[in-house]
Design a protein around this ligand. Structure first.
Ligand code: ATP
Length: 495
């Protein structure tokens, strides 16, 4: 452990409230040079709030932040912050600029620098090549607005890695990255911490990845530090879960599955050379880089432009004409692009939760019965909101994800399509969500679940449809044959 004065950053007694809500109640946190530090805690514990205070985006009400240079000399907050960069859960890219412009923009922050296009493109190419040189070659001139969420994530991470920062704060960076991209990112982080003394703060709810990359961890619970700079290998998963106050995650999982309703309608999905019939209650996992899964998902939710896939189910057309038609006919959808396509930012929590019900039922306003329904749904998902009428941006990222899930819970659907449904959700709640989805399957709903987290697919799915990196179907694996190796082989993502 470094000497007391050798920390790059030290946060002490940090306090922050929003109105009557006390969020940080004296948090302490420090990061040494050259370490990968896991910052852990359940949804709403205060991790993002602390990160925003460190970067200066949010003011704190009390406590202190101090920065030191490599010689241990104290720096001003303004000077220290110059060495800090952050990748937030929600991407912060400018859609009307190209990929290259987005990557180099922070280097022109003074407003006085002249923009040298050739140099900028070279710098951006180098930055993006750190993660994926093919993607770098193809994408530099593309507008960021035309990128998928997954591509945007790579651009944002490349920008941070190439910024020359001494400290990178990564808030759930691997959601939307495939296993191979995550492995490449980790290789780069290991190299930069070892060779350049870069410090990394890694916020994640994916235990396996936390153990792969982090040396040390701090756990925050309800606005207070409960574990301070402890080497991660000294804590078992159960210890971490217990310290986070997530006892539900360590409860035994249901070993006897509920009997599934199998006598309803089956769904057949088809493309050239592939036909697959899903009986009611099937949970079909979808694995692989987004190119393939996205075409299938778009077809199932009425958003496809290409005519690659057709579906057949009684009362359904071969291809949905719109998302509205799909929803009316019983195909629900939870997008993986929470920020742009999921959360209704200017509407209160209650409207966010009831959105799907309103489309299906054709209602517009929240009556007393709907308010009670919304309240019950939030309770089922353990969402703590001061009021149903607050805006969703008063909730933490993982809690916003729960709002999207609440939208479809209990809505009688024939099919529910889920893209990374547990993104940013804490370990305890993940288990509860698995159970809720299993219950929906038991009532006969067919579930299609795309995830970049293989462990999750192996836990929840009856079968997995794997796509290769070109977007072609590479194979179907039954639950009993599922393994990390098999998934890596079929998706072309062996690390
Ligand atoms: N602008 C705001 N107004 C009111 N409350 C807020 C605001 N921003 C955050 N909060 C509250 O602060 C608490 C901590 O949120 P924060 O985003 O820091 O949690 P987190 O630990 O990052 O959670 P997650 O793992 O879900 O991202 C939450 O209860 C949240 O509702």
């Amino acid at each position: 452990m470094p000497a007391q004065d050798n920390f790059l950053i030290k946060v002490e007694g940090l306090v922050k409230s929003y109105g009557a809500t006390s969020v940080l109640k004296g948090v302490g946190f420090s990061v040494a040079r050259g370490e990968v530090h896991a910052l852990l805690g359940g949804n709403g514990a205060g991790k993002s709030t602390m990160i925003r205070i460190i970067t200066g985006a949010v003011h704190h009400d009390g406590g202190s932040i101090s920065f030191r240079d490599a010689d241990g000399q104290v720096r001003s907050e303004a000077e220290g912050r110059k060495g800090v960069t952050v990748v937030h859960q929600e991407l912060a890219l400018l859609p009307h600029l190209t990929v290259a412009e987005n990557i180099v923009l922070p280097r022109y922050a003074s407003g006085m620098s002249l923009f040298d296009r050739k140099r900028a493109f070279d710098q951006a190419f180098d930055a993006l090549s750190i993660i994926d040189s093919d993607f770098a070659r193809q994408s530099l001139h593309r507008l960021v607005g035309s990128l998928s969420l997954h591509e945007g994530q790579m651009v944002e991470i490349a920008r941070a890695l190439s910024s020359g920062a001494e400290l990178i704060l990564l808030d759930e960076p691997t959601a939307n990255l495939t296993a191979a991209e995550t492995e490449r990112l980790f290789t780069v982080l290991r190299r930069l911490t070892r060779e350049n003394g870069l410090s990394v703060v890694f916020v994640s709810h994916r235990m396996k990845e936390i153990r792969q990359i982090a040396n040390v961890c701090t756990i925050i619970r309800d606005g207070r530090t409960v574990v301070d700079r402890q080497p991660i290998e000294t804590l078992s998963d159960a210890d971490i879960v217990e310290k986070m106050g997530q006892l539900s995650a360590s409860l035994p999982v249901e070993t006897v599955a509920k009997p599934r309703k199998r006598d309803g309608e089956s769904l057949t999905i088809r493309e050239e050379g592939l036909e697959m019939t899903l009986s009611p209650g099937t949970i079909l996992g979808v694995a692989g880089a987004p190119a393939g899964p996205h075409t299938l998902i778009a077809a199932l939710v009425g958003a496809a432009r290409a005519k690659r896939w057709t579906v057949s189910m009684t009362g359904w057309p071969e291809r949905f004409s719109s998302p509205r038609q799909a929803a009316h006919l019983g195909a629900g959808f939870i997008t993986g692009d929470r920020w742009n396509k999921g959360v209704l930012h200017s509407l209160p929590i209650i409207d966010n939760v009831l959105a799907s019900r309103r489309v299906v039922r054709g209602t517009r306003f929240a009556g007393t019965a709907e308010r009670i329904e919304c309240f019950d749904l939030l309770q089922a998902l353990k969402v703590k909101a001061a009021s149903l009428w607050d805006l969703p941006n008063t909730l933490s990222g993982g809690t916003q994800q729960k709002l999207l899930l609440a939208r479809w819970l209990g809505v009688p659907s024939r099919l529910l399509v889920l893209e990374e449904p547990t993104r940013g959700v804490d370990i305890g709640t993940k288990k509860e969500i698995y159970q809720l989805i299993r219950d929906m399957a038991a009532s006969g709903t067919i579930i299609l679940w795309w995830s970049t987290e293989n462990a999750e697919l192996m836990e929840i799915c009856d079968r997995v449809l794997a796509f290769d990196t070109e977007g072609r179907c590479a194979g179907i694996i039954d639950h009993d044959e599922l393994s990390e190796d098999r998934l890596a082989e079929l998706t072309g993502m062996a690390a």
